[in-house]
Design a protein around this ligand. Structure first.
Ligand SMILES: C[S@@+](CC[C@H](N)C(=O)[O-])C[C@H]1O[C@@H](n2cnc3c(N)ncnc32)[C@H](O)[C@@H]1O
Length: 250
């Protein structure tokens, strides 16, 4: 009997609720960030990059903008998220896999790990994800890591958002997102979401979902990149975050 791939437990947003993701995070809102990411990858590469691997590609929101410039392969742990991404990126390759362990036997001009890198909750996880990026990156190419935050930029905050579907299905979501670090000495913090979900314009149900994120000081990021073989550069992005552009020498 063939074995099904083992999928570690995912937050509800990427399992039971994956079909709601685009109402929580609208692909249209990613245009500027995707363009920023593209500029960094192009500048850091020895020749104009053509192929791109995105690890933890989620709903394919970045990819929906980047695919005008790259031939893209999208990898995510969640089949539900890959199915959702297919609805807007049918022209991209999709594959289920874990960014810590996947080995595609192919190399790409550029590698991107956007906010999905936050799910690396220990230094060992982060090291493995960085190694995956390194082995899939062409010499002379570059990898870009875009964590939501690092230890030095952590702020405990509460935000809210949500969208109404334009598909005529009467779906709508509103949520609050509460960021909290109960132990600043360890490598994790939590983001608790309360989703209010409306279907067919009917009554609202509430779902609580806890996401456990990794948090590491700049020094750890830079050391792990260097140990993997990258030449990293930390830089501020226009949204107050610190991102890492990593060159792989020819
Ligand atoms: C916030 S979503 C990414 C959204 C993405 N930036 C976009 O443009 O749509 C985070 C994703 O990380 C994925 N993920 C979490 N751990 C992962 C892992 N170990 N390997 C691959 N994907 C992972 C989740 O399944 C989820 O789809």
């Amino acid at each position: 009997m063939s074995e099904l791939p083992k999928v570690p437990k995912l937050p509800k947003l990427y399992s039971d609720l994956s079909s709601w993701f685009h109402l929580l995070s609208d692909p249209a809102d990613y245009a500027e960030e995707a363009e920023f990411a593209r500029g960094l990858l192009v500048d850091a590469s020895s020749t104009v990059p053509v192929t791109l691997l995105e690890l933890g590609s989620g709903g394919g929101n970045n990819a929906s903008h980047l695919k005008a410039h790259f031939k893209i392969m999208l990898v995510d742990l969640s089949q539900g998220m890959l199915d959702l991404s297919q609805t807007i990126n049918a022209d991209c390759e999709h594959l289920q896999g874990d960014m810590k362990t996947i080995r595609l036997g192919r190399i790409f001009d550029s590698v991107l790990i956007h906010d999905a890198i936050m799910y690396m909750t220990s230094e060992q996880d982060l090291r493995q994800a960085i190694e995956t990026a390194f082995v899939h990156c062409r010499p002379g190419g570059a990898a870009l890591f875009m964590p939501d935050l690092i230890r030095e930029t952590f702020v405990s905050l509460t935000t809210h958002g949500g969208h109404d579907s334009t598909a005529g299905d009467g779906r709508a979501i509103r949520y609050i997102e509460w960021t909290f670090d109960s132990d600043p000495a360890d490598t994790t913090y939590t983001v608790d979401f309360a989703y209010l979900l409306r279907e067919k314009n009917g009554p609202v149900r509430v779902v609580h979902d806890t996401h456990v994120f990794g948090i590491f000081p700049r020094e750890s990021w830079l050391r792990l990149f260097q140990e993997a073989g990258f030449e990293p550069r930390a830089m501020a992005d226009p949204w107050g975050r610190e991102v890492f552009v990593c060159k792989k020498q020819e």
